[in-house]
Write a protein that binds this ligand. Structure first.
Ligand code: HEC
Length: 191
């Protein structure tokens, strides 16, 4: 092919779109994703602690049931991204992982088995899906003591009854402190 000015022009238009993001851009998008996650996690834990102190665990289930998706939606809408939570063992089927998220969750488990601290597990990647590129980021969520009230092996009968009523297919019990409960997931569309 002869590189005429027209071809050169075309190349200049096409090449930047198909080039990978610069490393510093990847780092910036990772940091921005971590900030969105911090904001979501902070609001969630804050609301959860308030509700636990105020009305006890059964009332606090409402925070996770109603408030968690709302907070995640607000966080997503504010930035035009998708920010949410997912897991290999779900409570709410609406939080189901897509194929990419499933692979990353499995990788987190493998890295933990190999000795990694769940607090440090994350993954950032540019993913092309149906011809559209997005920056995607996931960060593992370790199980803490407070989580076992509703996600542990021995959930109190009143809490279990409320969970059974709201989530008939609940698989998110039986977790011990230090287990990976799931992950935060962020999608930043690029195209
Ligand atoms: C008061 C009960 C309660 C406590 C305490 C609690 N959760 Fe949950 N959790 C829920 C409920 C209810 C849902 C389902 C939310 C929904 O419908 O999206 C949920 C969902 C989740 C999900 C989304 C994936 C899924 O399974 O649907 C993650 C991740 C999660 N919880 C992590 C945690 C962590 C980490 C803690 C401790 C910091 C915690 N939870 C404490 C009740 C609780």
């Amino acid at each position: 092919m002869r590189v005429t000015p027209a071809v050169l022009g075309l190349l200049l238009v096409l090449v930047p779109a198909s080039m990978p993001l610069a490393e510093d851009d990847l780092a910036a998008r990772t940091t921005a994703s971590q900030e969105a996650i911090k904001s979501l996690a902070g609001t969630l834990v804050g609301q959860l602690s308030l509700a636990l102190a105020d009305g006890g665990p059964v009332a606090a289930i409402e925070v996770c049931n109603l408030v968690a998706p709302e907070i995640a939606h607000a966080e997503s809408a504010a930035r035009g991204w998708r920010v949410g939570r997912t897991s290999l063992k779900l409570r709410n089927p609406a939080n189901a992982p897509d194929a990419w998220e499933l692979a990353v969750l499995q990788d987190f488990e493998a890295r933990k088995t190999a000795g990694a601290d769940p607090k440090t597990l994350d993954h950032a990647e540019i993913v092309t899906d149906d011809g559209r590129r997005s920056f995607r980021y996931m960060k593992a969520i370790p199980t803490m003591e407070v989580c076992t009230t509703c996600h542990g092996a021995s959930v109190a009968p009143d809490i279990a009854a409320q969970l059974d009523a709201l989530y008939p297919e609940d698989r998110a019990r039986g977790y011990a402190v230090g287990d990976i409960r799931g992950a935060f997931t962020v999608v930043q569309p690029l195209d």
